[in-house]
Write a protein that binds this ligand. Structure first.
Ligand SMILES: [Zn+2]
Length: 178
């Protein structure tokens, strides 16, 4: 009997599952993962705060390709590239991955799917989610308006000439014109 399918939607996201069995059962899992677990993601973040909400569903397409579909949302903190203060960023990603067991298999996957290569009999879910979150990161994080911090940095990237560079309100005026 499957213990995996029975634990679905209990709020605890499984660490690893048997992908073939999950595809067979069209298993789905939902839950949250602490951002603090994603060590590779941390390189891009200001701190390790936040929770990722994850929903995934195993299945297959009409050609019998094994698929892992899912969505993930997380609020993380990054550094604003305009004022260099902390900024909250909502990450959101939808993905549809083809489950394969070798690089050779990955080559034959329909182009619509990114491959997830399973090493062994089980698939580790957190690294897959982490990859998707990293891919969803904005190239640069900005506040919609930096003024709330009343702080201006010399590396201000706005090309306009600012008459009074020490006055944060003139910066706000510049931003509002956009
Ligand atoms: Zn800012």
């Amino acid at each position: 009997m499957s213990t995996i399918a029975r634990t679905m939607n209990m709020g605890l996201f499984p660490v690893r599952v048997d992908p073939l069995k999950c595809v067979e059962e069209s298993a789905s899992f939902g839950g949250s993962i602490s951002v603090s677990k994603f060590e590779r993601l941390h390189e891009y973040l200001l701190d390790k705060s936040g929770e990722a909400q994850v929903d995934i569903q195993f299945g297959q397409d009409e050609q019998g390709t094994a698929l892992l579909r899912g969505k993930c949302q997380a609020q993380v903190r990054m550094t604003c590239q305009r004022c260099m203060n902390p900024v909250s960023v909502d990450l959101s990603t939808d993905f549809e991955l083809g489950i394969v067991f070798s690089d050779e298999q990955a080559k034959h996957l329909p182009k619509a799917y990114e491959p997830v290569v399973v090493d062994g009999e089980q698939i580790e879910l957190e690294p897959v989610i982490e990859d998707e979150l990293i891919l969803s990161l904005p190239m640069f994080a900005y506040h919609p308006e930096c003024g709330e911090h009343g702080y201006q940095n010399e590396s201000e990237p706005e090309p306009e000439d600012i008459e009074a560079p020490n006055n944060p309100f003139s910066v706000l005026e510049q931003l509002k014109k956009k």
